[in-house]
Write a protein that binds this ligand. Structure first.
Ligand code: NAD
Ligand code: MG
Length: 383
């Protein structure tokens, strides 16, 4: 029986993780759960899974939960409590599925405690890739990607890195792949969140619509697989059936395919090196109309270009870009700025922030805070 700490239990990845756990009550036990504010949903989860710990990051929400809980679950509050349950000696597997930079500290703590980290929170690697990968190595942690493309690459790379030419991350292109730029100006948050293939949280859905998600994933792949930027390709594939590919010197290409459902990715991370039922239907290639592949349009999806540039620049550029993106997306979702303002605001933040190296976690955190403040100032000129 493996004990799981599930960070971000009330989110999209959190729910899919719990649905895989439900299929295997003999293999997995929910040890700890976390959420930000949704205490009502956490109450239901505590009743069902009876975890040892439930963390509500928001203190008022923790208090409300404490007032009504009837199970033996210990309720903790505040961001530090995430670090505690992520590194707890009784936890075996940590699902890092908090959205944004808020998920970095706990993911890093699980690495430092030598856990198996099932990493959905790609922002951790974008912010602090070097520090994170160093901790994984130093503390003998096991890092398994929970991102469909990176899980695909992880699986394909089981045949080794010798003779590897490049990897290719597939991208659905999001809901606006075929929308002309002239129409993008008036896109609403609901339109941006209506992803054609994947059902996800709102932040990553907007990232998919701008293709910043692919940009973050290029950086994620750079750190996960120790690859140079020029070894990482992006290919638009609207059907999301080919999850990603690796290309070898001998002309061989290995790809991983499946229906677009994160439960396959999550169950693989939970059971690796075994495979278990995830509840996802087998792929029926005869029922899929056509598989299409295109080069990405870097002029239309400027965010993808910005991410490649930030990766090449190194230092604080990736963290700055991530911070600016989080603030811009939040403002877009709150109807404060337009869809096309997102890349403009990120670009402006990157050009104003001083380019520096980041040598410690404190510097990473500080850069994130400064970049967020600067983005908020820039946004005041919009709207
Ligand atoms: P979501 O918005 O559905 O859920 C986010 C979770 O994080 C919730 O449980 C929420 O309570 C928690 N949270 C939000 N803000 C927080 C804060 N400040 N402090 C602590 N907890 C907080 O998001 P999601 O779609 O499940 O995505 C989660 C992560 O997984 C993201 O990093 C995303 O990029 C990554 N990811 C998601 C998918 C997907 O299919 N949804 C696929 C690949 C990677
Ligand atoms: Mg992905």
């Amino acid at each position: 029986m493996k004990n799981i700490t599930l960070l971000g239990a009330t989110g999209s990845i959190g729910k899919s993780t719990l649905s895989v756990v439900d299929l295997h009550p003999d293999k997995f036990n929910i040890f700890a759960l976390s959420a930000n504010t949704n205490w009502q949903q956490m109450l239901d989860l505590c009743n069902k899974y009876q975890p040892n710990y439930a963390v509500m990051v928001d203190e008022q929400s923790a208090e409300k939960l404490s007032n009504v809980i009837t199970t033996d679950t210990q309720i903790l509050s505040g961001a530090q409590a995430l670090d505690k349950v992520a590194a707890h000696q009784d936890t075996d597997l940590v699902m890092a599925a908090i959205v944004g930079a808020a998920g970095m500290s706990s993911a890093l703590c699980s690495a430092k405690a030598g856990k198996r980290i099932m990493l959905a929170n790609k922002e951790s690697l974008v912010l602090a890739g070097d520090i994170f990968m160093k901790a994984v190595k130093e503390f003998n942690a096991e890092l398994i990607p929970v991102d469909s493309e990176h899980s695909a690459i992880f699986q394909c790379l089981k045949s080794g890195k010798a003779g590897l030419n490049k990897i290719q991350l597939t991208a659905s292109g999001g809901p606006f792949l075929r929308t002309p730029i002239s129409k993008l100006k008036s896109i609403t948050p609901d339109q941006a969140c209506a992803h054609p293939n994947w059902s996800m949280g709102r932040k990553i859905s907007v990232d998919s619509a701008t293709m910043m998600n692919k940009g973050l994933e290029v950086i994620e792949a750079h750190y996960l697989f120790s690859l140079r930027p020029e070894q990482i390709d992006v290919l638009v594939h609207p059907q999301s059936i080919v999850h990603s590919s690796v290309y070898y010197e001998d002309g061989s290409t290995l790809s991983q395919l499946g229906n677009p459902d994160m439960r396959s990715v999550i169950s693989y991370a939970m059971s690796y090196p075994q495979r278990i039922n995830s509840g996802v239907a087998a792929l029926d290639l005869t029922s899929i109309p056509v598989l299409e592949f295109y080069q990405p349009d870097f002029e239309k999806f400027t965010c993808l270009k910005l991410a490649f540039e930030a990766l090449s620049k190194g230092g604080n550029a990736m963290g700055t870009m991530n911070a600016a993106n989080e603030i811009a997306v939040e403002n877009f979702l709150n109807h404060q700025i337009g869809f096309l303002d997102i890349p403009k605001i990120i670009d402006q933040t990157l050009s104003i922030m001083k380019h520096t190296t980041l040598n410690s976690l404190e510097e990473v955190v500080n850069n994130d805070l400064v970049a967020r403040e600067m983005t908020r100032e820039i946004i005041k000129q919009y709207g």
